[in-house]
Ligand binder design. Structure first.
Ligand SMILES: Cc1cc2nc3c(=O)[nH]c(=O)nc-3n(C[C@H](O)[C@H](O)[C@H](O)COP(=O)(O)OP(=O)(O)OC[C@H]3O[C@@H](n4cnc5c(N)ncnc54)[C@H](O)[C@@H]3O)c2cc1C
Length: 595
């Protein structure tokens, strides 16, 4: 039976010692996040993940969701009770303003809890995760009435939320969208069309589901400029907040899919369902992007969560499984063979995943902290810098953490040999579950294109200059500090690769966009590696300071893990640069018929 332990201590170290959460008390809600409160929140959230969400993960995979002939959907056994514990514990509203029933605490704490939930039980964690995304969109773009009528019930978990973009003929290219909205004459619209692949579209966890649906108002322009966002409740809601009648939206079927079996992926049929416009007409994509940015960060966190749980189980197995002898002589001569953790190749696998996870955790928390600064700072300059950071790093967090999250789950599975391939040990589930994160919320190839096509050139490259400026300032301050040299020197080299790649794109992409398209994924990973390297530098600095206070064994382990990353993972930037500079010629040379 697989196990999971939420990485609470590492998260606390990152928040307190690396990211300096306490120095941010100027931001609203942060003064309530005292060290005691932060620790209590994370320990409770960790307990929820370890004791309530994780134990039903395997059963959720085996039982899956079931759609009944009347269109209702039941989630796997135990999911309803676990969801109630999640909602009842106030986790949905951790960082939602108090006036809507939330606790107003920093988003960065919510992100930490999202990692725990994703590692413990990805399929279950998606129900509250999507609800949080819908809450975020309503808080930014909803009317005052929409906010007061819908948000508090979503915050307390009585109702959940969804996002409905995808249609059978339209996934990435939302300009093709056909679902239509016809004004009813009373301010509402009749929504008709079919949406597919809608996560949590129908289920038995909550009494109502608030669908946020992209549709085209009759007569609106074709393409993305004619798309609007609508709120369509499964059960209509009366003015006093009580439930009215069943709306014209139903689940036509659920998908049989590779993973996340406990999350219902639904075909949703809208048959003249009553919906209300959210935000401005024809500006729906803009409104949906609030939800999608939130969701992209959360999906990156899912990649990390799956990488972490796969790692934890691989470590336990590697310590237990006896095969062969250590190259340097038997380590457990009294036993028939040594545990496989003695073998360098098994170590390589475990260290690679561990070093990634710890750096990636810092990267997502750093980025979530920027979201807090963006939404809560009074200083416009600080807000702009945070906005730049979010723009640049959101596709990186989504794309790199989910690509690596899946790859790491596969590597961790390898530690189990054949036992990883059979279902009994649970490793197959981690691999299958991790796979979806590379696809939804914008497939990773699209994240890479978004990064180089939109985020990088925006405002004359200001976001990248800001990032490089921060990293260079850190390196300058570290100066000749010998203890930091194993971290700062490799980062300096990789920064050079990033600068060269950026320059190459500037010189070669405008004239031939295929050069940019062919380079996109490598560039996204190159930037991701540099960002992780920078995180490791900051972690190392904090770990050296902590080591001086005591508990040397813990901080030495941290520093060795960081050095492994700098020596063995970060140099991949050179390979990525080489590929980028090769251009798109051979990639695009063959005619389609040749394939
Ligand atoms: C389990 C699951 C849950 C989902 N949940 C939701 C949900 O809750 N709500 C929702 O609305 N949708 C959801 N989706 C849909 C998901 O977001 C889409 O599948 C995804 O956006 C890709 O769209 P597509 O499948 O139509 O692929 P396509 O758009 O057909 O893309 C196919 C491939 O081509 C690539 N591609 C497409 N266009 C370009 C381009 N211009 N340049 C380079 N490459 C390109 C893509 O990267 C991809 O690899 C879910 C899907 C699944 C499988």
């Amino acid at each position: 039976m697989p196990h999971y332990r939420a990485p609470v201590d590492d998260t606390l170290f990152l928040l307190n010692n690396v990211l300096g959460l306490q120095s941010r008390s100027n931001l609203s809600g942060f003064s309530d996040a005292t060290p005691d409160v932060v620790e209590a929140v994370l320990r409770e959230g960790g307990k929820l993940a370890d004791e309530i969400l994780a134990p039903i993960n395997l059963a959720g995979d085996r039982e899956g969701c079931v759609r009944h002939p009347d269109g209702t959907v039941t989630t796997p056994p135990g999911f309803k009770a676990a969801y109630d514990a999640y909602a009842g514990g106030g986790w949905m509203g951790l960082s939602v303003p108090e006036e809507y029933g939330g606790q107003g605490l920093p988003q960065v704490l919510n992100t930490a809890i999202q990692e725990f939930a994703s590692g413990a039980n990805l399929a279950l964690g998606m129900y509250p995760g999507l609800t949080q995304g819908a809450i975020a969109a309503l808080l930014v773009h909803g009317t005052a009435e929409q906010k007061t009528r819908y948000v508090p019930k979503m915050v307390d978990g009585t109702w959940t939320g969804t996002m409905n973009l995808t249609e059978p003929h339209c996934g990435t290219d939302l300009g093709l969208l056909r679902t239509k909205a016809v004004p009813n004459g009373d301010g509402s619209y009749a929504i008709s069309g079919t949406k597919i692949f809608i996560s949590a579209g129908e289920h038995d966890l909550a009494e109502n589901i608030i669908h946020l649906v992209l549709a085209r108002i009759e007569g609106a322009p074709a393409g993305t400029k004619g798309i609007s966002l609508f709120l369509v409740p499964k059960v209509t809601v009366n003015e006093d907040g009580s439930l009215g009648g069943r709306n014209g939206v139903s689940c036509g079927s659920i998908e049989h899919k590779m993973g996340i079996h406990g999350n219902a992926t639904c075909v949703m049929n809208y048959d003249g369902a009553t919906g209300w416009l959210v935000g401005e007409a024809n500006r729906g994509l803009n409104a949906m992007f609030v939800m999608m940015n939130e969701a992209r960060l959360a999906v990156g966190v899912q990649g990390l969560g799956q990488s972490e749980v796969a790692y934890q189980n691989a470590v336990a197995y590697a310590k237990d499984r006896l095969q062969g002898r250590a190259l340097t002589g038997a380590k457990a001569p009294e036993r028939p063979a040594d545990p496989i953790i003695v073998h360098p190749d098994i170590r390589r696998t475990l260290m690679q995943i561990r070093a990634f996870n710890e750096g990636a955790r810092a990267l997502v928390l750093w980025t979530a902290l920027q979201a807090d600064i963006l939404h809560r700072s009074e200083d416009p300059k600080e807000r702009q810098a945070a906005d730049d950071h979010m723009g640049l790093m959101t596709p990186v967090v989504k794309g790199v953490l989910t690509d690596r999250g899946f790859a790491n789950a596969v590597e961790a599975q390898q530690v189990f040999g054949g036992h990883g391939y059979v279902e009994e040990w649970g490793m197959s589930q981690f691999v299958r579950d991790a796979r979806i994160a590379m696809i939804y919320e914008g497939a990773n190839g699209i994240q890479a294109m978004d990064l180089i096509g939109r985020k990088l050139p925006k405002d004359g490259g200001r976001a990248m200059m800001g990032f490089l400026g921060e990293v260079q300032a850190f390196l300058k301050e570290a100066g000749e500090d010998e203890a930091m040299a194993p971290f700062t020197k490799p980062l300096q080299a990789s920064i050079g690769d990033l600068q060269q790649a950026t320059m190459w794109l500037m010189q070669n992409a405008m004239g031939n966009p295929d050069n940019a398209g062919a380079a996109a994924t490598d560039y996204m990973h190159l930037l991701g590696l540099v960002a992780l390297g920078y995180m490791w530098c900051r972690i190392a600095k904090a770990a050296l300071a902590k080591k001086a206070e005591g508990d040397a064994a813990r901080w030495d382990a941290k520093l060795v893990t960081g050095r492994f990353f700098m020596e063995r993972s970060l140099p991949e930037t050179a390979l990525r640069l080489t590929r980028i500079k090769a251009g798109g010629q051979t990639t695009m040379a063959l005619e389609a018929e040749v394939f």
